[in-house]
Design a protein around this ligand. Structure first.
Ligand code: SAM
Ligand code: ASE
Length: 335
C-alpha cells in the first residue's frame, strides 16, 4: 500500500513535467520534424539547432508518453495522437491551444496558491498586467497574445463544433448570431450545418478586425462591439460559447438580459459550456478548467442548475441541457 500510494503521489507531482515535455517538444518543432519522415534525435538537433543531449532525452520521454514511436534503429515517428493533434496544419491540430496553455496559462498556474488565497486572477503576478476591471485587457495584452488565444480557442470547434451545434436542431432559427464568437470557427460550422440561416459573429472590434484580415469565416458576417455596452444585432438565436464562464454571476445575468431584449419573437439562446455534473464534483477536466478561470478571468465553470438559475434571473426560464459527449455541452434557454 505504501509503495502504491507513493507511486500515485509522485505521478501526480510529476504531472507538470509531462506537460512540459509535451509543450517543449511542440515549441521546438519535434512533431513537425517527425512528420517529414522518420528521424533520429541527432538529426532533429542538427536541423533545429538544439543540443543533441537534450533532444535525445526529450524525444525518449515523448516516446514513453505515447507522443512518438521509437524504432529499433533509433529513429522516431509520430504516433496517431501526435499526427492528429500536434502536427502543424493537421485539420484537428490543437497546436495553438497547447502553446497558449504552455505560455500564459502555465505562468498563471504557477500562482495557484495565491489565486486561491485571494480569489482572483493572477495576471498581475504572472505577466505584470492587472486584470481587475476587464479580464480581456490582460488576455489581449499584446497582439501576439490575442492572436494565439483566439486561434487556440477556434481549434476546439474542428473537433466538437458539429456535436454542440446538432444536439439541438437549429434549422428553424433564420438569424443566428454567435456573441463573443472570436474568429468565427463555430459560426462557420453553423453556417455549414444550417445553410438556410444567416450567421454572424459579434465580438470586440480588435478581434473582429483581425478575423476579417485573416479572411476567416466564409458565409459568416462580422460585427464589432462590446456585448455589455454596444447595441446588439437582433437575432432568432444567440450562441454564447465559453463566454459565461469568463464572468461572475451578476455580469452573466446582465449579458443574458441584454440578449433576451435583442431576441426576435420565438427566439432562444444556445449556451455552450463545459457543464459540471450535478453537485459540481466533476469531471476533472472541467474542475481544472474552472481553476484556469479563477487564475485568468472573473468566472468559473458551473452546473446545469447554476446556468438554469442565471438564465431564469435574466427572464429566460425555459431551460434544456444536452450532453452530446466530449468536453462541451449545450443548453437552450428561452422565455
Ligand atoms: N466563443 C468563442 C469560442 O468558444 O471559441 C470564444 C470564447 S472566448 C473564451 C470569449 C470571447 O468573448 C472572446 O472572443 C472575447 O473577445 C469575447 N469578449 C470578451 N469581452 C467582450 C465584450 N465586452 N464584448 C464582446 N466580446 C467580448
Ligand atoms: C477562457 C478560456 C481559456 C479564458 C481563459 C482561458 C482557456 C485557457 N485560458 O475563456 C482554455 C484553454 N483550453 C483548455 C482545454 O484548457
Amino acid at each position: 500500500m505504501a509503495d502504491r500510494g507513493f507511486g500515485v503521489v509522485m505521478e501526480l507531482a510529476q504531472g507538470f513535467m509531462a506537460s512540459q515535455v509535451l509543450f517543449a517538444a511542440l515549441e521546438l518543432g519535434v512533431f513537425d520534424a517527425a512528420a517529414r519522415g522518420p528521424t533520429d534525435a541527432d538529426a532533429v538537433a542538427r536541423e533545429s539547432g538544439l543540443s543533441p543531449r537534450g533532444t535525445r532525452l526529450l524525444m525518449d520521454a515523448c516516446a514513453r508518453l505515447g507522443l512518438l514511436r521509437a524504432g529499433p534503429d533509433g529513429s522516431f515517428t509520430n504516433t496517431a495522437l501526435s499526427s492528429a493533434f500536434l502536427v502543424s496544419g493537421s485539420p484537428l491540430s490543437q497546436r495553438c491551444t497547447l502553446l497558449y496553455l504552455a505560455g500564459t496559462t502555465y505562468r498563471c498556474w504557477g500562482h495557484l496558491a495565491d489565486g486561491v488565497r485571494e480569489g482572483r486572477s493572477q495576471y498581475a503576478r504572472a505577466v505584470g498586467v492587472a486584470a481587475e476591471d476587464d479580464p480581456f485587457a490582460a488576455i489581449y495584452r499584446t497582439e501576439a497574445e490575442r492572436s494565439l488565444f483566439t486561434r487556440g480557442l477556434q481549434e476546439t470547434w474542428s473537433l466538437c463544433g458539429g456535436r454542440v451545434l446538432t444536439t439541438f436542431d437549429l434549422a428553424a432559427f433564420g438569424v443566428i448570431c454567435d456573441v463573443g464568437g472570436g474568429a468565427g470557427a463555430l459560426a462557420q460550422e453553423a453556417a455549414r450545418l444550417y445553410p438556410g440561416s444567416a450567421v454572424s459573429v459579434f465580438d470586440l472590434p480588435d478581434v473582429v478586425a483581425a478575423a476579417q484580415e485573416e479572411g476567416a469565416g466564409p458565409g459568416v458576417s462580422f460585427l464589432g462591439g462590446d456585448f455589455f455596452r454596444s447595441r446588439l444585432p437582433r437575432a432568432d438565436l444567440f450562441v454564447l460559447a465559453r463566454v459565461l464562464h469568463d464572468w461572475g454571476d451578476a455580469d452573466c445575468v446582465r449579458l443574458l438580459r441584454r440578449l433576451r431584449r435583442a431576441l426576435r419573437p420565438g427566439g432562444a439562446v444556445l449556451l455552450v459550456e463545459a457543464v459540471l455534473t450535478p453537485g459540481g464534483a466533476g469531471p476533472l477536466r472541467t474542475l481544472l478548467l474552472s481553476l484556469t478561470m479563477l487564475l485568468q478571468t472573473r468566472g468559473r465553470e458551473r452546473t446545469g442548475a447554476e446556468y438554469r438559475d442565471m438564465a431564469a434571473r435574466a427572464g429566460l426560464d425555459r431551460f434544456r441541457l444536452r450532453r452530446p459527449g466530449g468536453p462541451y455541452d449545450a443548453m437552450m434557454v428561452r422565455r
